[in-house]
Design a protein around this ligand. Sequence first.
Ligand SMILES: NC(=O)c1ccc[n+]([C@@H]2O[C@H](COP(=O)([O-])OP(=O)(O)OC[C@H]3O[C@@H](n4cnc5c(N)ncnc54)[C@H](O)[C@@H]3O)[C@@H](O)[C@H]2O)c1
Length: 317
Amino acid sequence: MPDAPHRVLVTGGAGFIGSHIVDRLLGEGFTVGVLDSMITGSHDNLKAAGKGVSFHDVDIRDASSIEKVVGGYDSIVHEAALVSVTRSVEDPLTTNAVNVDGTVNLLRAAVHAKAKKFVYASSSSVYGDSATLPKTEDMVTRPISPYGVSKLSAELYCAAFARVYGIQTVALRYFNVFGPRQRPGPYGGVIPAVIKKALSGDRPVIYGDGEQSRDFTYVEDVAEANLQALKHDLPAGSVFNIGGGEPHSINELVAKVLEAVGRTDLEPQHLPPRMGDIRDSFADISRAASQLGYRPKFGFEEGLRQTVAWFRSGETT
Ligand SMILES: NC(=O)c1ccc[n+]([C@@H]2O[C@H](COP(=O)([O-])OP(=O)(O)OC[C@H]3O[C@@H](n4cnc5c(N)ncnc54)[C@H](O)[C@@H]3O)[C@@H](O)[C@H]2O)c1
Protein backbone atom coordinates (compact mmCIF):
# COMPACT_ATOMS: atom_id res chain seq x y z
CA MET A 1 0.00 0.00 0.00
CA PRO A 2 1.48 3.42 -0.92
CA ASP A 3 1.60 6.41 1.42
CA ALA A 4 -1.91 7.83 1.60
CA PRO A 5 -2.38 11.36 0.23
CA HIS A 6 -2.49 13.85 3.03
CA ARG A 7 -4.86 16.71 2.10
CA VAL A 8 -8.20 15.51 0.77
CA LEU A 9 -11.00 17.70 -0.61
CA VAL A 10 -14.46 16.15 -0.20
CA THR A 11 -16.95 17.75 -2.58
CA GLY A 12 -20.50 17.46 -1.28
CA GLY A 13 -18.89 16.99 2.14
CA ALA A 14 -21.80 18.68 3.91
CA GLY A 15 -24.19 16.11 2.46
CA PHE A 16 -25.32 12.77 3.85
CA ILE A 17 -22.57 10.46 2.54
CA GLY A 18 -19.87 13.13 2.15
CA SER A 19 -20.07 14.11 5.83
CA HIS A 20 -19.51 10.50 6.95
CA ILE A 21 -16.48 10.32 4.65
CA VAL A 22 -15.19 13.55 6.21
CA ASP A 23 -15.52 12.05 9.71
CA ARG A 24 -13.76 8.84 8.65
CA LEU A 25 -10.87 10.69 6.98
CA LEU A 26 -10.40 13.01 9.97
CA GLY A 27 -10.32 9.94 12.20
CA GLU A 28 -7.50 8.56 10.05
CA GLY A 29 -5.45 11.74 10.43
CA PHE A 30 -6.05 13.28 7.00
CA THR A 31 -6.29 17.04 6.51
CA VAL A 32 -9.77 17.50 5.11
CA GLY A 33 -11.50 20.26 3.17
CA VAL A 34 -15.16 20.40 2.20
CA LEU A 35 -16.47 22.01 -0.98
CA ASP A 36 -20.25 22.35 -1.04
CA SER A 37 -22.85 24.80 -2.38
CA MET A 38 -25.23 23.69 0.39
CA ILE A 39 -28.16 23.05 -1.93
CA THR A 40 -29.00 19.87 -0.03
CA GLY A 41 -26.07 19.86 2.41
CA SER A 42 -26.28 20.96 6.03
CA HIS A 43 -23.77 22.46 8.46
CA ASP A 44 -25.30 20.17 11.09
CA ASN A 45 -23.75 17.23 9.23
CA LEU A 46 -20.32 18.74 9.90
CA LYS A 47 -20.88 19.19 13.64
CA ALA A 48 -18.82 16.12 14.51
CA ALA A 49 -15.99 17.37 12.28
CA GLY A 50 -16.16 20.80 13.94
CA LYS A 51 -13.25 23.13 13.26
CA GLY A 52 -11.24 20.22 11.88
CA VAL A 53 -12.27 21.03 8.28
CA SER A 54 -11.81 24.01 5.97
CA PHE A 55 -15.08 24.84 4.25
CA HIS A 56 -15.37 26.17 0.68
CA ASP A 57 -18.81 27.45 -0.27
CA VAL A 58 -18.45 26.89 -4.02
CA ASP A 59 -20.66 25.51 -6.79
CA ILE A 60 -18.95 22.80 -8.85
CA ARG A 61 -20.34 24.47 -11.99
CA ASP A 62 -18.07 27.46 -11.29
CA ALA A 63 -14.89 26.30 -13.08
CA SER A 64 -12.60 29.18 -12.10
CA SER A 65 -13.43 29.01 -8.37
CA ILE A 66 -12.99 25.24 -8.49
CA GLU A 67 -9.45 25.63 -9.90
CA LYS A 68 -8.46 27.83 -6.98
CA VAL A 69 -9.77 25.46 -4.31
CA VAL A 70 -8.56 22.17 -5.82
CA GLY A 71 -4.98 23.51 -6.08
CA GLY A 72 -4.66 23.26 -2.29
CA TYR A 73 -5.29 19.48 -2.07
CA ASP A 74 -3.52 16.23 -2.90
CA SER A 75 -6.65 14.21 -3.69
CA ILE A 76 -10.34 14.68 -4.38
CA VAL A 77 -13.29 12.61 -3.14
CA HIS A 78 -16.15 13.76 -5.33
CA GLU A 79 -19.61 13.32 -3.78
CA ALA A 80 -21.33 16.56 -4.87
CA ALA A 81 -24.30 15.91 -7.16
CA LEU A 82 -28.02 16.37 -7.58
CA VAL A 83 -28.98 12.95 -6.34
CA SER A 84 -32.65 12.44 -7.05
CA VAL A 85 -34.04 10.38 -9.94
CA THR A 86 -37.36 12.27 -9.70
CA ARG A 87 -35.65 15.66 -9.84
CA SER A 88 -33.65 14.52 -12.89
CA VAL A 89 -36.89 13.58 -14.67
CA GLU A 90 -38.34 17.02 -13.86
CA ASP A 91 -35.19 18.99 -14.72
CA PRO A 92 -32.63 16.98 -16.72
CA LEU A 93 -30.68 20.08 -17.76
CA THR A 94 -29.71 21.10 -14.23
CA THR A 95 -28.94 17.50 -13.27
CA ASN A 96 -26.64 17.29 -16.29
CA ALA A 97 -24.97 20.64 -15.55
CA VAL A 98 -24.16 19.70 -11.94
CA ASN A 99 -23.45 15.99 -12.28
CA VAL A 100 -21.62 15.97 -15.61
CA ASP A 101 -20.22 19.48 -16.25
CA GLY A 102 -19.42 19.86 -12.55
CA THR A 103 -17.43 16.60 -12.61
CA VAL A 104 -15.51 17.65 -15.73
CA ASN A 105 -14.65 20.97 -14.02
CA LEU A 106 -13.29 19.06 -11.03
CA LEU A 107 -11.36 16.55 -13.15
CA ARG A 108 -9.76 19.37 -15.14
CA ALA A 109 -8.79 21.21 -11.96
CA ALA A 110 -7.45 17.97 -10.46
CA VAL A 111 -5.24 17.40 -13.53
CA HIS A 112 -3.91 20.98 -13.35
CA ALA A 113 -3.21 20.52 -9.64
CA LYS A 114 -1.45 17.18 -10.35
CA ALA A 115 -3.78 15.48 -7.86
CA LYS A 116 -2.75 11.99 -6.78
CA LYS A 117 -6.22 10.46 -6.72
CA PHE A 118 -9.77 11.29 -7.80
CA VAL A 119 -12.42 9.10 -6.15
CA TYR A 120 -15.85 9.49 -7.72
CA ALA A 121 -19.25 8.62 -6.20
CA SER A 122 -20.96 6.67 -8.96
CA SER A 123 -24.23 4.81 -8.62
CA SER A 124 -26.00 1.50 -9.19
CA SER A 125 -28.37 3.54 -11.39
CA VAL A 126 -25.81 3.19 -14.21
CA TYR A 127 -26.96 -0.44 -14.67
CA GLY A 128 -30.57 0.48 -15.39
CA ASP A 129 -33.16 -2.21 -15.72
CA SER A 130 -31.16 -5.17 -17.07
CA ALA A 131 -32.54 -8.45 -15.74
CA THR A 132 -29.13 -9.89 -14.83
CA LEU A 133 -28.48 -10.15 -11.10
CA PRO A 134 -26.23 -9.61 -9.30
CA LYS A 135 -24.79 -6.62 -11.16
CA THR A 136 -21.12 -6.99 -12.09
CA GLU A 137 -18.91 -4.06 -13.08
CA ASP A 138 -18.27 -5.48 -16.57
CA MET A 139 -21.89 -5.82 -17.61
CA VAL A 140 -23.51 -3.51 -20.15
CA THR A 141 -24.75 -0.27 -18.59
CA ARG A 142 -28.22 0.90 -19.62
CA PRO A 143 -29.38 3.74 -17.34
CA ILE A 144 -33.09 4.48 -17.57
CA SER A 145 -33.24 7.94 -15.95
CA PRO A 146 -31.49 11.24 -16.68
CA TYR A 147 -29.87 10.85 -13.23
CA GLY A 148 -28.46 7.42 -14.19
CA VAL A 149 -27.15 8.80 -17.49
CA SER A 150 -25.49 11.70 -15.68
CA LYS A 151 -23.76 9.37 -13.18
CA LEU A 152 -22.53 7.10 -15.98
CA SER A 153 -21.37 10.04 -18.13
CA ALA A 154 -19.33 11.44 -15.26
CA GLU A 155 -17.89 7.98 -14.58
CA LEU A 156 -16.85 7.67 -18.23
CA TYR A 157 -15.21 11.10 -18.00
CA CYS A 158 -13.21 9.82 -15.02
CA ALA A 159 -11.98 6.84 -17.08
CA ALA A 160 -11.21 9.06 -20.09
CA PHE A 161 -9.25 11.54 -17.94
CA ALA A 162 -7.31 8.61 -16.46
CA ARG A 163 -6.33 7.45 -19.94
CA VAL A 164 -5.67 10.81 -21.53
CA TYR A 165 -4.11 12.78 -18.66
CA GLY A 166 -2.82 9.97 -16.44
CA ILE A 167 -4.78 10.99 -13.32
CA GLN A 168 -5.65 8.05 -11.01
CA THR A 169 -9.43 7.92 -10.93
CA VAL A 170 -11.59 5.40 -9.07
CA ALA A 171 -15.38 5.17 -9.43
CA LEU A 172 -17.38 3.57 -6.60
CA ARG A 173 -20.87 2.50 -7.68
CA TYR A 174 -22.92 2.85 -4.50
CA PHE A 175 -26.06 0.76 -4.05
CA ASN A 176 -28.88 2.46 -2.05
CA VAL A 177 -26.97 4.04 0.78
CA PHE A 178 -28.74 4.66 4.09
CA GLY A 179 -27.96 5.76 7.63
CA PRO A 180 -27.95 8.73 9.99
CA ARG A 181 -28.02 12.22 8.36
CA GLN A 182 -30.06 11.05 5.36
CA ARG A 183 -33.01 13.40 5.58
CA PRO A 184 -36.53 12.83 4.35
CA GLY A 185 -37.84 15.20 1.69
CA PRO A 186 -39.40 15.26 -1.76
CA TYR A 187 -36.15 13.99 -3.26
CA GLY A 188 -34.96 11.86 -0.33
CA GLY A 189 -34.41 8.11 -0.19
CA VAL A 190 -36.98 5.45 0.72
CA ILE A 191 -35.67 4.65 4.20
CA PRO A 192 -35.91 8.17 5.69
CA ALA A 193 -39.35 8.57 4.12
CA VAL A 194 -40.64 5.34 5.69
CA ILE A 195 -39.08 6.06 9.11
CA LYS A 196 -40.52 9.57 9.17
CA LYS A 197 -44.03 8.35 8.34
CA ALA A 198 -43.84 5.55 10.90
CA LEU A 199 -42.56 7.84 13.67
CA SER A 200 -45.35 10.34 13.03
CA GLY A 201 -47.97 7.59 12.97
CA ASP A 202 -48.76 7.89 9.24
CA ARG A 203 -49.07 5.02 6.79
CA PRO A 204 -45.82 4.53 4.82
CA VAL A 205 -46.06 4.81 1.02
CA ILE A 206 -44.90 2.01 -1.27
CA TYR A 207 -44.63 2.73 -5.01
CA GLY A 208 -45.83 -0.30 -7.00
CA ASP A 209 -46.31 -3.76 -5.47
CA GLY A 210 -43.32 -3.44 -3.12
CA GLU A 211 -41.68 -6.61 -4.44
CA GLN A 212 -38.97 -4.55 -6.17
CA SER A 213 -35.65 -5.16 -4.42
CA ARG A 214 -32.68 -3.08 -3.38
CA ASP A 215 -29.20 -3.74 -2.00
CA PHE A 216 -29.18 -1.37 0.99
CA THR A 217 -25.70 -0.25 2.02
CA TYR A 218 -24.92 1.30 5.38
CA VAL A 219 -23.22 4.69 5.06
CA GLU A 220 -20.25 3.81 7.27
CA ASP A 221 -19.38 0.94 4.94
CA VAL A 222 -19.42 3.44 2.06
CA ALA A 223 -17.10 5.78 3.99
CA GLU A 224 -14.72 2.86 4.58
CA ALA A 225 -14.75 2.02 0.84
CA ASN A 226 -13.73 5.61 0.06
CA LEU A 227 -10.90 5.44 2.57
CA GLN A 228 -9.63 2.20 1.01
CA ALA A 229 -9.95 3.67 -2.51
CA LEU A 230 -7.69 6.55 -1.41
CA LYS A 231 -5.17 4.22 0.23
CA HIS A 232 -4.85 1.49 -2.40
CA ASP A 233 -2.76 1.73 -5.53
CA LEU A 234 -5.30 0.78 -8.21
CA PRO A 235 -5.36 0.62 -12.00
CA ALA A 236 -6.36 4.09 -13.28
CA GLY A 237 -10.02 4.31 -14.24
CA SER A 238 -11.02 1.49 -11.84
CA VAL A 239 -14.72 0.85 -11.16
CA PHE A 240 -16.11 -0.96 -8.09
CA ASN A 241 -19.57 -1.93 -6.88
CA ILE A 242 -20.13 -0.93 -3.25
CA GLY A 243 -23.17 -2.77 -1.88
CA GLY A 244 -24.48 -4.16 1.37
CA GLY A 245 -24.19 -7.76 0.19
CA GLU A 246 -27.84 -8.92 0.07
CA PRO A 247 -31.11 -7.87 -1.62
CA HIS A 248 -34.22 -6.82 0.34
CA SER A 249 -37.68 -6.05 -1.03
CA ILE A 250 -39.37 -2.74 -0.24
CA ASN A 251 -42.18 -4.67 1.48
CA GLU A 252 -39.57 -6.30 3.75
CA LEU A 253 -37.91 -2.95 4.43
CA VAL A 254 -41.21 -1.31 5.40
CA ALA A 255 -42.11 -4.24 7.68
CA LYS A 256 -38.70 -4.04 9.42
CA VAL A 257 -38.95 -0.27 9.92
CA LEU A 258 -42.49 -0.57 11.34
CA GLU A 259 -41.20 -3.24 13.71
CA ALA A 260 -38.17 -1.14 14.76
CA VAL A 261 -40.42 1.85 15.41
CA GLY A 262 -43.08 -0.27 17.18
CA ARG A 263 -45.86 0.63 14.72
CA THR A 264 -46.72 -2.70 13.05
CA ASP A 265 -50.37 -1.51 13.19
CA LEU A 266 -49.74 0.91 10.29
CA GLU A 267 -50.90 -0.54 6.96
CA PRO A 268 -48.63 0.57 4.04
CA GLN A 269 -50.33 2.54 1.28
CA HIS A 270 -49.56 1.46 -2.33
CA LEU A 271 -49.20 4.12 -5.07
CA PRO A 272 -48.37 3.60 -8.79
CA PRO A 273 -44.69 2.91 -9.62
CA ARG A 274 -42.53 6.02 -10.21
CA MET A 275 -40.99 6.92 -13.56
CA GLY A 276 -37.32 6.03 -13.88
CA ASP A 277 -37.35 3.60 -10.93
CA ILE A 278 -35.46 0.34 -11.39
CA ARG A 279 -37.16 -3.00 -10.58
CA ASP A 280 -34.35 -4.97 -8.93
CA SER A 281 -30.85 -4.05 -7.86
CA PHE A 282 -28.21 -6.21 -6.19
CA ALA A 283 -24.42 -5.87 -6.29
CA ASP A 284 -21.68 -8.39 -6.86
CA ILE A 285 -19.04 -6.94 -4.53
CA SER A 286 -16.30 -9.49 -5.16
CA ARG A 287 -14.08 -7.04 -7.06
CA ALA A 288 -14.17 -4.52 -4.20
CA ALA A 289 -13.54 -7.38 -1.76
CA SER A 290 -10.43 -8.57 -3.57
CA GLN A 291 -8.91 -5.22 -4.62
CA LEU A 292 -10.01 -2.89 -1.80
CA GLY A 293 -10.46 -5.40 1.02
CA TYR A 294 -14.07 -4.16 1.19
CA ARG A 295 -16.38 -6.14 3.52
CA PRO A 296 -19.68 -4.61 4.65
CA LYS A 297 -19.55 -4.56 8.44
CA PHE A 298 -23.10 -3.40 9.16
CA GLY A 299 -26.01 -5.77 8.57
CA PHE A 300 -29.32 -4.39 7.26
CA GLU A 301 -31.11 -4.67 10.61
CA GLU A 302 -28.23 -3.18 12.60
CA GLY A 303 -28.05 -0.28 10.11
CA LEU A 304 -31.82 0.27 10.41
CA ARG A 305 -31.58 0.32 14.20
CA GLN A 306 -28.86 2.99 14.08
CA THR A 307 -30.87 5.02 11.59
CA VAL A 308 -34.10 4.87 13.59
CA ALA A 309 -32.13 5.84 16.72
CA TRP A 310 -30.75 8.89 14.90
CA PHE A 311 -34.26 9.92 13.82
CA ARG A 312 -35.47 9.50 17.39
CA SER A 313 -32.64 11.73 18.63
CA GLY A 314 -34.38 14.59 16.80
CA GLU A 315 -31.33 15.65 14.79
CA THR A 316 -33.32 15.61 11.54
CA THR A 317 -34.90 18.97 12.29
N1 LIG B 1 -27.69 8.20 -1.39
C1 LIG B 1 -27.54 7.15 -2.19
O1 LIG B 1 -28.19 6.11 -1.99
C2 LIG B 1 -26.58 7.18 -3.34
C3 LIG B 1 -26.51 6.04 -4.17
C4 LIG B 1 -25.62 6.05 -5.24
C5 LIG B 1 -24.81 7.15 -5.45
N2 LIG B 1 -24.90 8.25 -4.64
C6 LIG B 1 -24.02 9.39 -4.92
O2 LIG B 1 -23.37 9.74 -3.70
C7 LIG B 1 -23.11 11.15 -3.69
C8 LIG B 1 -23.61 11.76 -2.38
O3 LIG B 1 -25.02 11.59 -2.27
P1 LIG B 1 -25.84 11.88 -0.94
O4 LIG B 1 -26.87 10.83 -0.83
O5 LIG B 1 -24.92 12.12 0.17
O6 LIG B 1 -26.63 13.21 -1.34
P2 LIG B 1 -26.69 14.64 -0.63
O7 LIG B 1 -27.69 15.42 -1.42
O8 LIG B 1 -26.87 14.50 0.83
O9 LIG B 1 -25.23 15.20 -0.89
C9 LIG B 1 -24.86 15.87 -2.06
C10 LIG B 1 -24.07 17.10 -1.64
O10 LIG B 1 -23.65 17.78 -2.84
C11 LIG B 1 -23.88 19.18 -2.67
N3 LIG B 1 -24.08 19.78 -3.99
C12 LIG B 1 -25.12 19.56 -4.84
N4 LIG B 1 -24.97 20.32 -5.94
C13 LIG B 1 -23.80 20.99 -5.80
C14 LIG B 1 -23.10 21.91 -6.60
N5 LIG B 1 -23.60 22.33 -7.78
N6 LIG B 1 -21.91 22.40 -6.15
C15 LIG B 1 -21.42 22.02 -4.93
N7 LIG B 1 -22.05 21.17 -4.12
C16 LIG B 1 -23.23 20.65 -4.54
C17 LIG B 1 -25.13 19.25 -1.80
O11 LIG B 1 -25.29 20.51 -1.15
C18 LIG B 1 -24.91 18.10 -0.84
O12 LIG B 1 -24.21 18.52 0.32
C19 LIG B 1 -23.78 11.71 -4.95
O13 LIG B 1 -22.78 11.86 -5.94
C20 LIG B 1 -24.75 10.62 -5.36
O14 LIG B 1 -25.00 10.63 -6.75
C21 LIG B 1 -25.78 8.29 -3.59
